[in-house]
Each structure stands twice: as C-alpha cells, then as structure tokens.
Design a protein around this ligand. Structure first.
Ligand code: 57M
Length: 359
C-alpha cells in the first residue's frame, strides 16, 4: 500500500521516489515483519500457554523430547500475520504473483491450522487424515499451476541448473510440476520441523536466496546477463521473500534452542508451500532442490527408511527418520544437530547462487 499511496507523491515530495525501488521496499518489508514478530512473540507465547495450545509429544520419539511437553505451538500464525502485513504494506499489489504466493501461504496455513487444532482437540499427534490434507494441498497447488499456465507471457519451460540452453517445455505438464514442487516443499518443511529452529534456519536461508532470484528474474538486464528466464513482475516477490526472512528471524528469536514456541503445521506447511510457489514463479524450480537441500535430505531419509522397513520386514537404514532424529540417537546434542544442518543449508544456498554463473 505504501507503494500505491506514497510513491505517486514523489512529484511533490522527491524523497518518496525511493519507494520505486524494490531493494528499498524489500529491506523495509523485512524490518517490518521482524519487528512485528519481536513485539508479538512474548505476548503470543503467553496467550498460547493460557489457552493451553501446547504440543502433544509422541511417546515413541527420542526421550530427550519429552521435556518439550507443554511447549506452545502454532507460532506459525504470528509468522503468517507478519508476512501478510509487511507484504501488503510494501509490495506493489498490482502484481498478480504477490497475491498468488500470499494465497498459497494462507491456504496451506489453513490446512496446517486445522491439523494442529485437531491434534489439540483430540490430545494426540494424529491430525487431519493424511489423504484429506494431501487432497487439499494438491487442490491449492493445482489452482496456482493452472493460473500460471494460462497467464499470458508465463513460460512453461523448466530451468535446469548448470545447463543454460536446456529449457524443456512441459506444456500443460508444467501444471503437474508446479503441484509436485509446491506440495513437496510444504511436506518436506513439515517433516524437517522436528528440532528447535531446525526448519526455521533453512527457511530463512532459502527465502534470503530467493530474494536475489526473484530480483534477478524480474530485472531484464540482470536476467539477460545471467541468461536466466525474465519473468516481468517477479521482482515484487523479493519484497515477499524479504518479509518472510524478517518474520522467520523474529520467530527464531523464540524458537531457538531451547524453544519457547513451535511453529506448528500452520507454520511449516504455509512456509513450505510459499517457498515452492516462489521457486515456480521465479522459474528456479529445480534449483530449489539445491537451495532447500536440507529439506530434500530429510524427506529422502524418510522415504528410504519407510521403504527399507517395509521391504525387509522391520529393518532400518537410520536409527530413526527423519535424519535429524538419527543424529540425536547417535548422541549428538540437539543444538549441534541444528547448527550443523544450518551450516549445510548455507553452503547449499551459496552453491545454488554459484550455479547462476556456472552454466
Ligand atoms: C512433522 N513434527 C514433529 C511441532 C512442529 C512418516 C514419518 C516420518 C512422519 C513423521 C511426522 O510425524 N512428522 C510430522 C514433524 C513435532 O513437531 C511438531 O510438528 C510441527 C511441524 N509439523 O512445529 O508443532 C515434534 O518435533 C519436535 N520439535 C522440536 N522443536 C521444534 O521447533 O523439538 C518441533 C519443532 C514436536 C517436538 O518434539 O513434538 C515430529 O517429530 O513429530 N514422523 C516422525 O518424524 C517420527 N519418525 C518416525 O516415526 N520414524 C520411523 C518411521 C519413519 C519408520 C522410523 O524411523 O522408524 C519421529 N517423530 C516424533 N516421534 N515426534 C519419531 C517419533
């Protein structure tokens, strides 16, 4: 809204010309969201404790997790609120992509909220039936894929990391790829969110990386220089990603070990879904597998563990899946698992940025 109402006044107040710049609005969106979370965090923790909205801890999990019983959850509500407010304030709302990623974040957040609520109401760790949740996630992602497919000027070509001339055109198949990436990212973040700040850290790193990818894709000169797809309007997603980084940093202030609050499925699904949507719209779809490599590793650890478990009648590859539990059971202290995963996430993000030139 600042863009709509204040930028036009630059003819009267020349300093308002600064609202034209995406870089300026991205920084301000990030600071706005950060401040909202830092200001609301303590109040929300107390409110959730009063309402007894606290985490049900599974009995079959690592014994070290039993001390977490009673930790307030659904902190993702605060992240979503901060991101929506900062985006509405600082982004150019005439760009449809901004509304698309907001709707994915809100839609997946609603699914997660209902899942969290159901777990609380039933005082167990089973929430909304998996098939119902998955169907709702696919429906939202399908809507996004169809809108993008029919949007004039949006390419259905896929960007392959390291190969600038390999741009397969999937046609309507791009809709299916969009669904796979958005739903896959949401559930991968959901699985990863199993230690204090373990998902929050890579989320910050991924969205900080996509601030740059969104800005590059939306700037024709930079897109041509880097030989990446030019997608007019995606520069405004840098503002959304900046808001997400700020909100997640503010949430991490309270979610860091020992966590005073968990984000809940309302947080993990909304953030993962939004990340998938940003990756698709900025045409860095496959690169998300590198930037979000921690989420990929965690998901594959579960796929291989469950598959091997079923194939061998009960044998395990890992001591426990997802991967973070394996290292916990190996004796790594929780903070050591968390920070080492963050280090790997930063290295993967740097590699992903490097691929823009290594092509
Ligand atoms: C999402 N949720 C955490 C919190 C967070 C197929 C199978 C791998 C599914 C998987 C599963 O249930 N995943 C659900 C992970 C949970 O966190 C809540 O969920 C939200 C995110 N969705 O915001 O509200 C627990 O994680 C801990 N936590 C923290 N700090 C945080 O900041 O300590 C979360 C956030 C919380 C808290 O203890 O209660 C979770 O782990 O459930 N299942 C599993 O991951 C289970 N693994 C498993 O069953 N492995 C088997 C299978 C694969 C064959 C095996 O390896 O043999 C483990 N999870 C738990 N206990 N909690 C092990 C059993």
């Amino acid at each position: 809204m600042v863009y709509e109402f204040l930028f036009p006044l630059h003819t009267v107040f020349s300093s308002f010309n600064v609202f034209r710049y995406i870089t300026f609005r991205t920084i301000f969106a990030s600071v706005t969201a950060l401040l909202i979370c830092l200001i609301l965090g303590r109040w929300l923790i107390r409110k959730l404790q009063t309402l007894q909205i606290d985490q049900q801890i599974r009995e079959d999990g690592p014994k070290t997790h039993h001390v977490k019983k009673g930790t307030p959850t659904m902190g993702g509500i605060m992240i979503i609120f901060a991101v929506v407010m900062a985006t509405l304030l600082w982004a150019n709302l005439s760009v449809v992509y901004v509304w698309l990623v907001l709707l994915v974040m809100l839609g997946f957040g609603l699914i997660g909220f209902l899942d969290d609520y159901r777990k609380l109401a039933r005082k167990n760790s089973r929430g909304v039936p998996g098939k119902v949740r998955l169907a709702a996630e696919i429906a939202i992602a399908l809507g996004v894929g169809v809108i993008l497919y029919f949007k004039p000027g949006f390419s259905t070509q896929v960007t392959i990391p390291f190969f600038k001339t390999v741009l397969p055109n999937l046609g309507w198949g791009y809709i299916l790829l969009s669904v796979f990436i958005i739903v896959g990212a949401a559930n991968a973040v959901n699985l990863t969110d199993g230690l204090d700040g373990l998902a929050t850290g890579p989320i910050i790193i991924c969205f900080a990386t996509y601030v740059f990818f969104a800005y590059f894709a939306g700037n024709i000169k930079v897109a041509q220089y880097l030989q990446i797809p030019y997608v007019p309007g995606t520069g405004e997603l840098a503002v959304f990603c900046g808001a997400l980084v700020g909100a997640a940093l503010g949430f991490l202030w309270f979610n860091s070990y020992p966590a005073e609050i968990f984000m809940g499925d309302v947080g993990s699904l909304s953030l993962g879904g939004a990340l998938g949507a940003v990756a698709v719209i900025t045409k860095q779809e496959i690169l998300l597998a590198i930037v979000g490599g921690i989420f990929v590793l965690e998901t594959f650890s579960v796929i291989f563990q469950v598959g091997y478990f079923k194939l061998t009648g009960g044998k395990r590859i890992f001591r426990m899946a997802p991967l973070h539990h394996h290292f916990e059971l190996k004796g790594w202290a929780e903070p050591k698992v968390i920070v080492r995963f963050w280090v790997i996430s930063i290295l993967l993000a740097l590699l992903a940025i490097a691929t823009l030139k290594l092509r």
